[in-house]
Design a protein around this ligand. Structure first.
Ligand code: FAD
Length: 312
């Protein structure tokens, strides 16, 4: 290797304290530095996102009914000759860092294309949040810089598992590739229990995708929507829709199961099926408060060993 190339490789993998966003992420970049992926190595290509790389916004959509939630679709902005030597590999359960000036924030893609080097993220804008103020104004053709992948989740399809995924709000996004990875592999005998917490059905994202998942034999889901509310007198009086509410039934789609209360860790036992073989694994996706509230209690209720608990 020439001195010049050695220097370049060194630049990609060097992580400094200033690479951390300072938000106390569970999987901080300082402990999980981006590494060359096996998939990219097998393809004989370079993973383009290992160092900060410019991506162009291809499409921007707001979530119907909530203009504070954006779907952003990015594509690699490179125009150089070495474009074809690269791929984009962001493994399921990993996040990437967005940098604007000295401001850094992590985001978790819900869709990635290896060859076309495109990815999509779902963003919930936070009132007065510094990055939200940039993202609210971002428009197609704008360029933003991302780096990654960051994380420690690994799935070995050779080991059959019972995978419990508990997620909250927009954090359902990074769980979609995890589910897809299992269901799309016919040889993977793992089963998935996908439990989603949102205020109401309007804030359950990717419902169409979840319905596609529901066609598989090894997938089950439940939506926890404690603030679902129709306008009927009985539901208004109850403070939320009741399980027998006709309006609620009409708004549910095929195989959708809802619970009209907050998910409590101690009720998770009902999802455990001891007769089903597989190593129990727990994945929790949500903000740090949700991870704290759910983490230990859920692992205990589901009988998951600490080393098999992943906080995204
Ligand atoms: C590993 C990881 C992955 C993430 N992936 C995504 C993602 O895919 N999409 C996304 O929208 N956000 C994601 N976030 C949050 C994101 O990094 C930013 O915090 C968010 O976009 C707000 O940035 P900001 O600078 O505008 O406000 P900040 O200064 O980051 O936050 C402003 C306030 O909002 C709170 N807050 C931030 N995010 C949330 C949230 N999701 N729910 C409730 N309160 C929150 C903060 O605690 C703070 O009090 C992720 C965070 C982590 C740690």
């Amino acid at each position: 290797m020439t001195a010049n190339r050695e220097q370049k490789v060194e630049d990609v993998f060097t992580i400094q304290d200033s690479d951390c966003c300072g938000n106390g992420c569970t999987n901080c970049i300082l402990d999980n530095k981006p590494r060359p992926s096996q998939r990219a190595l097998l393809a004989g290509k370079r993973n383009i996102i290992l160092k900060y790389t410019s991506f162009r916004l291809l499409q921007r959509e707001t979530h119907s009914g909530d203009d504070q939630v954006l779907f952003l679709h990015f594509g690699n902005a490179a125009e150089s000759d070495d474009k074809d030597d690269c791929v984009l590999d962001i493994p399921p359960g990993h996040h990437i860092m967005l940098r604007i000036g000295s401001l850094l924030r992590p985001y978790s893609p819900y869709w990635t294309d290896f060859a076309s080097k495109e990815f999509k993220i779902l963003v919930k804008l936070q009132p007065d949040g510094p990055m939200s103020q940039h993202l609210v104004a971002v428009q197609p053709n704008d360029r933003l810089e991302f780096r990654g992948p960051i994380g420690n989740y690994r799935h070995d399809s050779a080991v059959t598992k019972c995978i419990y995924i508990i997620c909250q709000g927009v954090a359902v996004a990074p769980t979609l590739p995890l589910v897809g990875q299992v269901l799309e592999n016919e040889d993977d005998m793992s089963r998935i229990w996908h439990l989603m917490c949102a205020p109401d059905l309007q804030h359950v994202y990717f419902r169409d995708q979840l319905l596609e998942f529901a066609k598989y034999w090894n997938y089950r889901s439940c939506l926890y929507v404690p603030h679902q509310q129709c306008g009927s007198d009985a539901c208004l009086e109850a403070g939320h829709c009741r399980q027998e509410c006709d309006e609620l039934r009409r708004s549910l789609r095929y195989k959708e199961r809802v619970c009209l209360h907050r998910l409590e860790a101690n009720e998770l036992k009902q999802h455990v099926a001891p007769a089903i073989p597989g190593l129990p694994v727990l994945i929790i996706a949500g903000d740090s408060g949700f991870q704290r509230a759910m983490g230990e209690a859920a692992a205990k209720a589901l009988g998951v060993a600490q080393e098999n608990v992943y906080l995204l």
